[in-house]
Structure formats: structure tokens, C-alpha cells
Design a protein around this ligand. Structure first.
Ligand code: ZN
Length: 483
């Protein structure tokens, strides 16, 4: 079932030290409530906003990285509504002239490339936050409000409804997150740093807005649910009305929001405290010239510089900037066979991380650890299977792999003489299997398997096979006799 999906993403500019219109610290996470506040972000009478220049520069960089057109002047407007987290009763945002218009992001789903167009990007302030003593508005006897977030710089990125399936929306968000991380403007893994609303419609129905979606994988889930819900409503002869719904991640359904069936009138008006300021073309060009390496270029570079395949390079870069950084750190320490290193990170280490949470990888696992595993492989100290086994311990306990190998008794038996004795033992204990193997080449596997079992997987499989075959040859020629 094809759908039309558009996204509206709120991104905090978490790299800024201060808020958008005052000097309060923007690093509010974990701070006691209402400690990062001042008359400006509390909306006290007479307090005047002053625009954070860095925030404007960051917004311009995002616009350019998304191939958009930067406005020639900075215009702020007031959007009026009443809610306790908004002390001024209006939000300073952009309406008639967003800082960025147009642009696009290239995505790729199942090998098919596609452009998702950007409609606009607004620079605006974040409201405060309601805090419920029980964690839920439904069961709390009262609510509290924390204005630490009030006034934090926010980008509202609005796409055209160019996506046709949930996977495309997920691919878009993944790419966007990677671009923002490479620009260094948003640490999107922080709670609430990237918030997504989606609008979705299927043919014959009206547009439904789904709010409150937490992570990228939740977006995919919420959209999939919503598309099936709308399609089956229409199939049963019902109609899909225009409404706002909330995603309930616990029950994995969308539920109607306390409905507003009309377009709200926000009475937008220019903010008289913030008259329009020209954005000089020279500033835009300066920022363009200083744009860092972006994800698409980085994928190309990883492929050409390290000779790794494009699929793996994409996983490294689009999963998180820090993951690609991690890979390059390891390769710098141990440059041999980057493809094997990339595979190990993507297939083995990532597999032990849960729920898209990559933090353990950067906090517990050090690039030196992975470099050491690669070196031990090359030195024949451990087998590939043992390297895979080490991955779990490295991710879960952050231990040094050299210590782990000792502790887990993992040293591979690459010593030919020692292994030959084990093979002889196996031959003596399994004369019937040896006779089978002399007739059927397939039965050789059984003997190899017995050697592996006797050495608890520490024997080198290729060496084992060679020794088994040599010894079969010796039996065949009568140089070795069986009991
Ligand atoms: Zn303030």
C-alpha cells in the first residue's frame, strides 16, 4: 500500500553553549529545575531578546548541507498560543520568511536512490517542559513546569510529502541525523534533541498527523501501523478524517489526540523586539566554504581510501558519525585489512548492542581493543570464531582482549606438532570413521569435527583439515596402521 509521508523534525542545536535569545546555559539536561533561567527565557515584562549569532550560523550550515537556499534576511515572528510551558504566551519562530527554503536529501532504500525535498527550515525557540510527578499526565494529581529548556535554539525542518513507505522515512531520518552530526550542530542521541512528527495519508483519505514519536525505529513502526489503520478503514467503507494522533510506544498504536478539528489561528505577527536583519551573502559563502566533510562524501572516501565495500561504508557512516570515527581510529592503529575490521565492527560488535543505543561502544570499547583483536588474528593467536566470541566480552565488559584471551583460555592451537598428536588420537579412537573417510570424502568432516571438539574449538580449522587429509593418505599408503 503506497502512502504519502511528510516529516516535521525538531532538532535542538545542542552544540551551542547558550540559548537562542539569552545568555542562559543551553546545557540544561540533568540540571535542577528552573536553574537555567533569566528574565528573557521566563518572558518577564521588559526583558529583551538578543539573537545568538552562532545559532544563525549553524542554521545556515544546515541549510547549505541540505542543498537549500538561505534567506537574505533574518525575520522572526511570534506564534501565539497558550500553554503553561510557554511563559510569554507566544513562541518566537519564523513564518513568512524561514531562514531556509527548498533543498533535498538523497536517500537509498533497497538499492533504489531517491530525493526527498525539504520545504523549509525555521529557526525558533524551544518551549519549557511539563513534568508529571508520576511520569504520566493521566495519573498525576498536578503538573510542574521546568523552564530550563525554554528558549533553547531549535530548527524545525519540514519535508515535502515525498516518502511513500515507512522505510523511506527511516532512511531519511538516519541520513539527516548523520548530516547534523557531521556538521557538529546536534548530538542527536541526547534525549529530546531530535523529535519527529509525521503526516501520512493513503489514497482516498485525508492527512493524519502523528505526533510524539521518539526514535527512528519508532517512526517506522508508527507509520506502518498508521498506514494499515487508514487503509483498512477505507476498505471497510469508512473514511479517514483529518486529525492529529499520538503514537503510544507502549501499546504500539496511534491514538486520537484530544482533537482539534480546525486549523488553529496562531495570530502570527512580526516580533517588534527583533527587527529583520540582513544575512550578508559573504557570510553564507564563508560558511559554505567551511562546511566539513558530509556523509555522502565520507562514504566515498572510506571506499576509496580503505578499499571497503560501499554497503559497509554506508552502515558505518549512517548509523552514527561516532561509529565511522571509531572505525577510522582502529584502522589508524592497525591499518591491515580494513574490510575485515569494518566487518568486525558492523557484524560482530554492533550485534551486541541493544535498542540502537551505541553509547557502550564509545564508552566501554576502545579502538585499541579492536586493533588488538585484529593483530591477534593476524598473528595466529586466535581463530576467527574466537574473535567473534571476544566481541561479546569486549562490548559487555569493555575488557582488554589480550587479557580476555588468557582468562578464557582461548589461545588457538596453531602449533602443528601438537595438533598432529590430537589428530592421531582421534584416528586411533575412531577407526570406523577413518575407514568411512577413506571411501567417502564427505566423511572427512566428521574427523575434523572430532579434532575441533577435542581442542574445544581452539584448533585452526584449515590446518586441522590439512593434517587429517595427510594422515588419511598415510593410512591409505600403509604408512600408518589402525588398531
Ligand atoms: Zn535565559
Amino acid at each position: 500500500m503506497k502512502a504519502r509521508i511528510g516529516l516535521e523534525i525538531h532538532v535542538q542545536l545542542t552544540s551551542l553553549k547558550t540559548k537562542l535569545f539569552c545568555r542562559c546555559s543551553a546545557d540544561y539536561r540533568g540540571a535542577p529545575p528552573n536553574t537555567h533561567v533569566c528574565p528573557v527565557c521566563l518572558g518577564l515584562p521588559g526583558a529583551l531578546p538578543v539573537v545568538n549569532r552562532k545559532a544563525v550560523e549553524h542554521a545556515i550550515a544546515v541549510c547549505l548541507a541540505l542543498n537549500g537556499e538561505v534567506a537574505d534576511e533574518l525575520v522572526f515572528e511570534r506564534k501565539h498560543y497558550f500553554y503553561p510551558d510557554l511563559p510569554k504566551n507566544y513562541q518566537i519562530t519564523q513564518y513568512s520568511k524561514p531562514i531556509c527554503r527548498g533543498g533535498y536529501v538523497e536517500i537509498e532504500v533497497r538499492g533504489r536512490a531517491k530525493r526527498v525535498r525539504i520545504r523549509r527550515i525555521n529557526l525558533e525557540e524551544d518551549p519549557g517542559r511539563l513534568v508529571y510527578p508520576t511520569g504520566s499526565p493521566l495519573t498525576s494529581p498536578y503538573s510542574l513546569v521546568d523552564y530550563n529548556r525554554s528558549g533553547v535554539a531549535l530548527l524545525e525542518i519540514v519535508t515535502e510529502p515525498d516518502m511513500e513507505e515507512p522505510e523511506e522515512a527511516a532512511a531519511f531520518l538516519e541520513k539527516l541525523r548523520s548530516i547534523l552530526e557531521h556538521l557538529g550542530v546536534c548530538d542527536c542521541g541526547l534525549e529530546g534533541a531530535m523529535r519527529v512528527d509525521a503526516n501520512v495519508s493513503v489514497e482516498g483519505g485525508e492527512r493524519v498527523e502523528v505526533k510524539n514519536i521518539g526514535s527512528v525505529s519508532e517512526v517506522e513502526r508508527a507509520l506502518r501501523y498508521e498506514i494499515v489503520r487508514q487503509a483498512s478503514l477505507l476498505r471497510q467503507g469508512g473514511r479517514v478524517r483529518r486529525e492529529t494522533r499520538h503514537w503510544d510506544p507502549a501499546r504500539k498504536v496511534t491514538v486520537p489526540a484530544r482533537a482539534k478539528e480546525y486549523e488553529e489561528d496562531y495570530r502570527y505577527m512580526p516580533d517588534p523586539n527583533l527587527p529583520p536583519v540582513p544575512i550578508p551573502a559573504e557570510l553564507v559563502e564563508k560558511i559554505r566554504a567551511q562546511l566539513p566533510e558530509l556523509p555522502d562524501e565520507r562514504v566515498k572516501r572510506l571506499v576509496s581510501e580503505y578499499g571497503i565495500d560501499r554497503r559497509t561504508a554506508r552502515v558505518l557512516v549512517y548509523t552514527a558519525k561516532a561509529l565511522a570515527d571509531f572505525f577510522e581510529d582502529v584502522v589508524r592503529l592497525y591499518p591491515r585489512d580494513p574490510q575485515r575490521t569494518a566487518n568486525y565492527i558492523v557484524n560482530d560488535l554492533l550485534g551486541w548492542l541493544k535498542d540502537e543505543d551505541l553509547k557502550p561502544l564509545y564508552t566501554r570499547v576502545r579502538p585499541e581493543h579492536v586493533a588488538k583483536v585484529m593483530r591477534m588474528l593476524d598473528e595466529g593467536l586466535i581463530s576467527i570464531r574466537q574473535a567473534k566470541e571476544l566481541a561479546e566480552h569486549i562490548v559487555k565488559h569493555g575488557a582488554d582482549p589480550a587479557d580476555l584471551v588468557e582468562k578464557l583460555g582461548m589461545r588457538r592451537i596453531a602449533d602443528e606438532e601438537r595438533l598432529r598428536r590430537v589428530v592421531e588420537e582421534v584416528f586411533r579412537e575412531n577407526p570406523k570413521a577413518v575407514r568411512d573417510a577413506l571411501r567417502k570424502p564427505k566423511a572427512v568432516n566428521f574427523l575434523v569435527g572430532m579434532v575441533m571438539r577435542k581442542t574445544r574449538g581452539q584448533a585452526d580449522p584449515q590446518l586441522t583439515r590439512r593434517l587429517v587429509e595427510e594422515m588419511l593418505e598415510a593410512v591409505r599408503e600403509g604408512r600408518l596402521s589402525l588398531p
